[in-house]
Design a protein around this ligand. Sequence first.
Ligand SMILES: [Zn+2]
Length: 442
Amino acid sequence: MAADYGKAVCPMNAPMIQAPAQEMLKLLEELAVFSAPGAGVTRLLYTPEWSRAQFFLQERMAGLGLEVVSDNVGNVYGKLTGRNPEDKVILTGSHIDTVINGGKYDGAYGIAAAVTALHYLQQTFGQPLRTLKAVSFCEEEGSRFPLTFWGSGHVTGLYDGSEAEACADSEGVTLEAAMVECGIGMGIRSDKAESGDKSGSGTVGMGSTARRNDIGAFVELHIEQGIILEKTAKQIGVVQAIAGQRRFMVEVCGTANHAGTTPMHMRQDALAGAAEMLLALEGLAAEAGEPLVATSGRLEVLPNTPNVIPGEVLFTLDIRHSEEEELEAFCDCILAAFKGIAARRGLTLKIMPRLSASPAPMDGGLTGMLESICRNQGRTYRNMVSGAGHDAQLFAPQCPTAMIFVPSRAGISHSPEEYSSPEELAAGLDVLTALLYELAYK
Ligand SMILES: [Zn+2]
């Protein structure tokens, strides 16, 4: 019965597990076709192109011999049942949605690689010891509705569906209505968490409750969306942590007055004050050093008139770091600096917190395995922090979680220009496949 299993070769000793990259690349191209018109790929949650992509994936998974399972928010799974059903599931995948005019790699790469890896492992080594699942999460980007992680957030319990009624897209379509239009979400709010599969009907969103308590490890393969791997000429990024974030809205108030009649020493110019604050932000962030990053991406000036001294400025702050204490300390420091600048200039200052997300450290055991796999496969790699948010950050507090990055050309993503070479994508697939082998077959 398990005759073939003895042929399984440990990738630590025989490192060149080379999953069929062509199959993955083809799947990636096929997925890119499911897009709204326009440049790049636009596949927003619960739109017709989104539905077609998830249906296509289900058919492909089934065709490759995976058992298809879907849940009531539209997450799609391809399952390879293990010989030890009491063991927890090894889950890998990413999100199927994109930003508007995005690229074809963000999210879809992690799904195409997951499906290909499972197919390859099954073909090569037979039934795993532990159940393997490839997942296509329904949503991560927050591009259509004003929330993010709608897929993995249901799997991990961040959402329970009650959010769907009050949340609407820019056309006024509620999330709930969009789900119903797709045939998804019936009875979602009465669902209770459960650990087993109520196995799929093969129809997106008509399957079991999304919440899962049976996940033993989550692994996400993703493009870097930054320029570090390319700049340092590394094939693989072993993510150590996903950065935590703090966002604030800052309001600076001075006095709007005549630009011609008010002497320079008699002004309370809110924009000049804000400018000094933003330069302080840049300087202090540079002093703090990597991996801290701090950005002010939006600024509103009132009355925003050429011949009036600005009376009021509103600007955003986005601050990220992989260590909670460092993040907290930098925020305290920058807000104190802002207060000092405001006081000296006779301006009033209001700081309004908008978001606080803790850093998500990846599992040390899994990152160690990834480093060994890279060394054994003869691949160049570096340990790094992800400054961008990912589905993996929701799993990290709940189960051992790992992320693998491959280079993004010129660091560009969320753009039709997004690109990673077939060789780079294939290297990520091989590392993922070897890790899944370690987790599910040994
Ligand atoms: Zn992504």
